[in-house]
Design a binder for this molecule. Sequence first.
Ligand code: NDP
Length: 304
Amino acid sequence: MEKTKCLIIGAGPAGYTAAIYAGRAALDPVVIEGPEPGGQLTTTHIVENYPGFAEGIDARALMDAMRAQAERFGARMVRGSVVSCELATRSVTLDSGETWSGDTLIIATGASAKYLGLESENRFRGLGVSACATCDGFFYRKRTVAVVGGGDSACEEALYLSSLASKVYMIVRKDYLRASEANKKRIAAAPNIEVLFGSVTKEVLGDESGVTGARLERGGELYDIRIDGFFLAIGRHPNAEWLGGQLPVDENGYILSDGVKTSVPGVFVAGDVRNTDFRQAVTAASDGCRAALEAEKYYKNEIQ
Ligand code: NDP
């Protein structure tokens, strides 16, 4: 088993920021990068709301820069996913068979957007198909978009998009919204939002320029809508299964914590995988910083 002072699981803004701070604190961080190095941001194109980039920045370039910055301070990157772990000893086993343990452990495995699973949806990912209105909505100013889902997230994404796009369809498979009364009222009051109840997406339509429409089914009948952007808001999925229930989670599977501290000594949690109010790259990075500073404190007080 290989050992380090600070083991970080996850390579999004939270994991890389934790690695930058842990590296500077001489904790020899090792980052287990998982199946999606760069995290959720890499599913989008341009990031326009990360501070410091007046003209926006390519999402992949931003994540590559964070990774390089962490490496500059000595962080080691390990490819592989955790298949099992023992939090009490802060040790993990990877799909490669490698085992690692840390004097401190930072969990930063994030969350993943759920997709419908259609082949056409996959084909147009990043070409009009997005699971983040805040990231990509800006590109649809005065255009027509659709949001799939009828929960609070879908309502909020649709409302956000309605301030930019000229028309927003909500594609809702049931005959009602599964959202708070406040959000239902706001949707009903928005003049440019049309809710397509009882409708299921069968195919995302498009050409070489990207998404041009969607084929929907309602009551056994197929019909098409013309759209430029297709947004998913059917829920997110915290990447916490690998913990095998060793930490308490909320009803949606997000890790319950006291800030970035978990109930296990020396184990910290940062970013979208924890039960937190905001799920933005910058808040995840902030969490990563806090988790590394807590890890440094723990290492100095309990281990050194
Ligand atoms: P929800 O699980 O509440 O809603 C998911 C929506 O997506 C439902 O309408 C569901 O339909 C639909 N859906 C799921 N799978 C599919 C599919 N395969 N095809 C089509 N539609 C699908 O998720 P949210 O992310 O909206 O919210 C998660 C939690 O966070 C909720 O408790 C919510 O209240 C809360 N939240 C609160 C906010 C607020 O209060 N401001 C903001 C955002 C979230 P169906 O109803 O048919 O299952």
